[in-house]
Ligand binder design. Structure first.
Ligand SMILES: Nc1ncnc2c1ncn2[C@@H]1O[C@H](COP(=O)(O)OP(=O)(O)OP(=O)(O)O)[C@@H](O)[C@H]1O
Length: 211
């Protein structure tokens, strides 16, 4: 689904060739600072390489209309993004931005259940804990129903048990709906739980200052 050829991000990444398959759950592992988030940002054109080519479905990524690309390839950033308003407002806002039909109440409620959020839709999102905000942001991306999920450490603020449960449920959803998922994680254990394809960043990382 994605192919990178001779990609270089100065001082950070050097990737001769990398293919990321469609409809699979790919995990990106590697030490802090090895360029995991940088790679993820290349995949929805949030940043561009200094050299090389990136293809999405055999098309050069920088020739795809950015809005179109980012509706198909959705990024969940490391820090949760929470807007002023209720939990419901926070779930609907992604759909509003994407000019999609609003979600029905039962759909939103089942999303809260899937993400183990024992909250009412009317509650103020600002009062949620860090881990709850992380799950709410994740639920918002799920309502967008993209083809590809780019997840940057989506379980970093969750305890081990919650992380395992939520990730297993998300994995099942991704299989049932033929989604492509590319997830950064520091946890080998979580990667083993869901990964069908693993990218080890240490082979692509340039030592700081060398590039
Ligand atoms: N816009 C930027 N300009 C310059 N350097 C950057 C930029 N973004 C990231 N870097 C540097 O590139 C390196 C890789 O950063 P990146 O965030 O991709 O690593 P990471 O593997 O995701 O790290 P972590 O696991 O700590 O989140 C780091 O040394 C970082 O300081």
């Amino acid at each position: 689904m994605f192919e990178l050829k001779n990609v270089r991000v100065n001082g950070i990444l050097q990737i001769e060739q990398l293919k990321i398959p469609e409809n699979q759950f790919t995990c990106i592992l590697g030490p802090s600072g090895s360029g995991k988030s940088t790679l993820l940002r290349l995949l929805n054109d949030l940043s561009s390489p200094d050299e090389g080519e990136i293809f999405f479905k055999n098309k050069l990524i920088n020739e795809i209309e950015p809005l179109q690309l980012r509706r198909t390839v959705v990024m969940l950033s490391q820090a949760p993004v929470i807007f002023d308003g209720s939990i419901e407002d926070n779930l609907q806002i992604g759909l509003t931005f994407s000019e999609k039909k609003a979600a029905e109440v039962p759909e939103m409620e089942s999303m809260l259940k899937l993400f183990m959020l024992d909250k009412k839709l009317s509650e103020d999102a600002e009062h949620l804990s860090g881990g709850e905000k992380q799950r709410l942001s994740w639920a918002r991306t799920m309502l967008l129903d993209p083809e590809v999920f780019l997840l940057d450490e989506p379980t970093s603020a969750l305890d081990e048990e919650t992380a395992r449960t939520v990730l297993t449920r998300f994995y099942e959803y991704s299989k049932q709906n033929a989604k492509t998922v590319i997830m950064i994680t520091h946890s080998r254990e979580l990667a083993e739980l869901v990964s069908e394809n693993t990218i080890d960043m240490s082979q692509y990382s340039i030592e700081s200052g060398v590039g």
